[in-house]
Design a protein around this ligand. Sequence first.
Ligand SMILES: [Mg+2]
Length: 267
Amino acid sequence: MLGNQKGFIIDLDGTLYRGGVRLPYAIEFVQAVRDRGFPLLFMTNNSTRRPEEVSHHLQELGIQAYPHEVFTTSQATVRYLDEQQRGNRVFCLGESGLTDELIDAGYILCEEDADYVVQGLDREFTYAKLLTAVTLIRAGAQSILTNPDVRLPSDTAFLPGAGSIAAAIRTAADQEAIIIGKPSVIMMNYALERMQLTASEVWMVGDNVRTDIAAGAAAGCPTALLLTGVSSVNEYVLHQQELCIEADYIFPTLQEFVFHLGFNASI
Ligand SMILES: [Mg+2]
């Protein structure tokens, strides 16, 4: 059943695809949203890819997507820095999805006198980078974390995520970073602003209780948890009890969500 909802914020990995494999009903779900003229935003905590790469990956999987419909934590991070107006010098631990966004927005990447230490997933993380980050934070640079995901799903095993690197920086610098991506409401509020809709008008759809559902709930969006990715029913119950995170709806797959919305008539 569709209430007063007019928009959809949709997570990617574990929701529309898993690694290189498209999940059932991903094409139909996205198409049904488009057919009704509802705005959608593909929102990802992955800071390593640019919006064009994200939409290209979706297109390759047969899911219709455009760069302007993608919102990455790197974009949200730049938006946050723009609001702070502390300066434009950034020590960045991250990959091209993050460094390109920063450079394009006019930030200077440096290793000295930084206003910010911005950290995302950096698969070339070293002790030397850790040392530089910690030294700069202790000297007054603001510590910013694109996303707190500790582990990432992959085809073979769980990979350490940006949150694992952040734990090393936080421990050594003895300072908490400002978190931009899900479950932070910072990125959610930017997303809602971009869609020009209020929280209650937008479904937050994702596979991760800790990030997608927590972010949606914190922002005030109705939430739909899909059990096609990282969160199992057991994990959900655990989070519900320990962290008081509650999804409004839980669906085994996108198909049940499509039926719940009443979108199945046109599929
Ligand atoms: Mg996901």
